[in-house]
Design a protein around this ligand. Structure first.
Ligand code: AMP
Length: 182
């Protein structure tokens, strides 16, 4: 990780807007150009890890949780940068051992997320990482899963928040760090 980076603003400028994907009316935020640029990826990983560091730079969380699937891509390097473990939050039926499950409303229908019961221990503090905070349904369900484990959420860190949607409200008093609001 020695090459000069593009700076955080330059990194975020690599996110591409794709109109009408995956369906008409949705402006999809495509992070793959950012992921493909080492310097940009390095910048955003450090920035997403920052809210989980104390004043001395040491981690103040025990785990990083990433939500399927772009939260895996961003969350695992954030965990490595912090020096803590990574835990995947997966869609229903993907995790092989005993899970907690939480269902939440989508615009049409319902989705379920799962977490291995033993992946977060009682009393631990975790950072949630994802690419986009939209309605907040995914993050809210993940907060509920963490609390089912007897642990607590230190904060949610996302690349981007869709400011015209009530994602933060869904999260109540859980702190949200976003690198960009659109
Ligand atoms: P939500 O549960 O509504 O906050 O949606 C968050 C999840 O949906 C994240 O995991 C995102 O990856 C994805 N998502 C929602 N809206 C968009 C968008 N406009 N572009 C890309 N991904 C999105």
């Amino acid at each position: 990780m020695t090459e000069p980076g593009p700076g955080l603003d330059g990194a975020l400028a690599l996110i591409a807007d794709v109109p009408d994907f995956p369906e008409p009316g949705i402006l999809f935020k495509d992070i793959t150009p950012l992921l493909a640029d080492h310097g940009a990826l390095h910048e955003v990983v450090l920035a997403l890890a920052a809210p989980a560091r104390g004043a001395d730079g040491a981690p103040i969380v025990d785990k990083v949780l990433g939500m399927e699937s772009r939260g895996f891509i961003l969350g695992a390097p954030v965990a490595l940068a912090l020096g803590v473990g990574f835990v995947p939050v997966r869609k229903a039926g993907k995790l092989p051992r005993e899970t907690f499950a939480v269902s939440y409303e989508l615009e049409y229908g319902e989705a379920t997320l799962e977490l291995h019961r033993d992946s977060v221990r009682p009393g631990e503090r975790v950072l949630l990482v994802d690419d986009v905070l939209a309605t907040g349904g995914t993050a809210r369900a993940t907060v509920d899963l963490v609390e089912r484990c007897g642990a607590s959420v230190h904060g949610v860190a996302v690349l981007m928040e869709l400011g015209f949607l009530p994602g933060r409200e869904a999260l109540g008093d859980v702190p949200v760090t976003t690198l960009l609001t659109v």
